[in-house]
Write a protein that binds this ligand. Structure first.
Ligand code: 5GP
Length: 194
């Protein structure tokens, strides 16, 4: 098991509805040492890629994306959830269905912060059905920029997002892939990775 799988096995909690809670170390209380290690690991996995920006979605993606942007020495941009109906032409907009909240959010990124010259590494905490990634990819492509890769802390391999992204040809790196989890026993099964 790698460092993140070990931590999930120790402190992750399986909840109803295929939800894995990692709020004691990843997305509520945050273990800064662990996040730094995540940053270094994504830097290693995407080494050689000409990344100019890291893009994520608020709020829980930000903590993961921060150490990645620091490692690459590039700005971090996060897509903001917007309640406004009157969105002006200065922003890229995508609709993202929320896996955990069951609603649909419009997310926006100012056109100032993504240009056709940008090579973007998209980072998020979880990959389930792929709605968040699809929205972020749409925004990058709307800006005429290039998606260099997709970096996910925890992929739930029994949901379709990961296989969809790989079939579409994106370079997807998930630090931990959960292939099965059991709410009754709390057991979590990880996919073997190199
Ligand atoms: P997707 O858009 O791929 O269906 O779901 C990914 C998004 O939903 C992530 O941004 C993450 O915030 C949230 N999410 C999906 N599954 C889980 C989960 O099992 N636990 C937590 N904490 N968040 C999840």
């Amino acid at each position: 098991m790698n460092f993140l799988e070990e931590r999930i096995a120790k402190d992750g909690v399986v909840k109803a509805g295929n939800v894995l809670k990692v709020d004691s170390f990843l997305n509520h209380q945050m273990d800064i040492e662990l996040l730094d290690e995540i940053g270094r690991e994504f830097r290693r996995r995407f080494s050689g890629r000409p990344v100019t920006k890291v893009l994520t979605i608020e709020s829980s993606g930000i903590g993961i994306a921060y150490p990645v942007a620091r490692e690459f020495g590039v700005p971090l941009v996060f897509a903001k959830k917007s309640k406004s109906i009157n969105i002006d032409g200065d922003v890229h907009v995508a609709e993202v269905a929320s896996f955990t909240h069951g609603n649909v959010n419009k997310v926006i990124v100012s056109k100032k912060f993504l240009s056709p010259d940008d090579h973007v590494l998209i980072i998020d905490d979880f990959l389930a059905n792929g709605c968040a990634l699809r929205g972020l990819i749409y925004i990058v492509e709307d800006a005429g920029a290039t998606v260099e890769g997709l970096g996910i802390a925890i992929e739930k391999g029994f949901q379709i997002g990961g296989s969809t992204m790989r079939e579409l040809g994106y370079h997807l790196e998930s630090l931990a892939i959960v292939d099965a989890m059991d709410e009754e026993t709390g057991s979590i099964t990880f996919r073997e990775q190199e």
